[in-house]
Design a protein around this ligand. Structure first.
Ligand code: SF4
Ligand code: FES
Length: 334
């Protein structure tokens, strides 16, 4: 068994396996102290280290060498040491730096949330609300690109891209051949034109789910609805290519989108194939499991009536409790 080390993040201690990153140690604690991450993706090997949103302050390096680290570090790339002490939300320096990172990420971003399909589930939108400032110091022309269709199911809107490389890792690790990548450096960097070829693969649709912004969108869902007006439902099917575990997004009786299921950090639980994502848009294609539980902090939970517990008068009375068994078992009701 590998050695365990103790790390303290914002005053909360946790024991983790040696080699764990600060970000993953924070995720084990959970809650507000978890740094945001725009490029790291737990299911994609080698991801992280690109966006700097996860910066934290290491105020004590380790028990052996308690000196603080001289600069803020990327928590997704820095591993914990025994006795390490880290500050995230308790450090004004980190908060200020994160504001700067958000400003940088938004330099070329078109801020077209009102017409973007990703609005409501966009990590950059959340990041800007939580850590951004109302104004920008940037005075120059923003770079822009033409939208590009990647086959008939996916669209690339490079102007919104924050160059997190997640889609590149998906093509590298989930599909059998990667034909796109980031070409150029600095303000000339862009997803290469060869991304069009990635569509040939059964798992290429996963680039949509991993994209933290609206740069890669599902053409079969474009402009069909705002995501907070849809009703997400967990469902599964017997698929010979993937786990078949998905979330169906309903508008009335119609399935208007199929995605992989995502965890509390917005990362997919398991990647799904293009057949499940694009070809099965009928309720009869699926075994419905029940409403998807959406965090009450998400705008997607708006318009959903959530009943978390029956009223106390029922809870305290065993006879009434039995009579209202169904109500006890129900978590979300539309
Ligand atoms: S297209 Fe999306 S997933 Fe790919 S690098 Fe840009 S922001 Fe990241
Ligand atoms: S999440 Fe750590 S650098 Fe992007």
């Amino acid at each position: 068994m590998s050695e365990r080390v103790k790390v303290t993040i914002d005053g909360i201690s946790v024991e983790v396996e040696q080699g764990t990153t600060i970000l993953n140690a924070a995720r084990l604690i959970g809650g507000e102290i978890v740094p945001p991450a725009m490029c790291y993706y737990s299911k994609l090997e080698g991801s992280g280290g690109k966006c700097r949103t996860c910066l934290v302050k290491v105020s004590k390096g380790s028990e052996k060498d308690p000196r603080p680290m001289p600069k803020l570090v990327a928590s997704c790339r820095t591993t914990v040491m025994e006795g390490m002490e880290v500050q995230n939300i308790t450090s004004p320096e980190v908060k200020e730096a994160r504001k700067g990172v958000v400003e940088l990420l938004l330099i070329n971003h078109p801020l077209d949330c009102p017409v973007c399909d990703q609005a409501g589930e966009c990590h950059l939108q959340d990041l800007s609300y939580e850590h951004g400032s109302a104004a920008t110091r940037y005075e120059f022309d923003r770079r822009s690109f033409e939208r590009r269709d990647i086959g008939d199911k996916i669209q690339l809107h490079m102007t919104r891209c924050i160059l997190c490389y997640r889609c590149v890792y998906v093509a590298d690790q989930i599909t059998d051949r990667r034909e796109h990548g980031v070409l150029g450096r600095g303000d000339a960097a862009e997803i290469s034109t060869y991304i069009e070829k990635a569509i040939e693969n059964d798992f290429s649709g996963n680039v949509i789910d991993v994209c933290p912004v609206g740069a890669l969108t599902d053409r079969t869902f474009r402009f069909k609805n705002r995501v907070w007006f849809t009703k997400p439902v967990d469902a599964h099917c017997n698929c010979d290519k993937c786990s078949g575990k998905v979330t169906l997004w309903y508008k009335g009786e119609d399935v208007i989108r199929v995605t992989a299921r995502k965890d509390e950090y917005g990362e997919v639980e398991s990647f799904i194939c293009n057949d499940c994502r694009f070809e099965k848009k009928k309720t009869s294609d699926w075994v419905i499991e029940g409403p998807r539980k959406i965090s009450k902090h998400s705008v997607i939970s708006a318009n959903h009536y959530e009943q978390l517990a029956p009223p106390p008068v029922i809870r305290k009375n065993p006879a009434l409790k039995e009579a209202n068994k169904e109500q006890f078992e129900r978590v979300i009701r539309y």
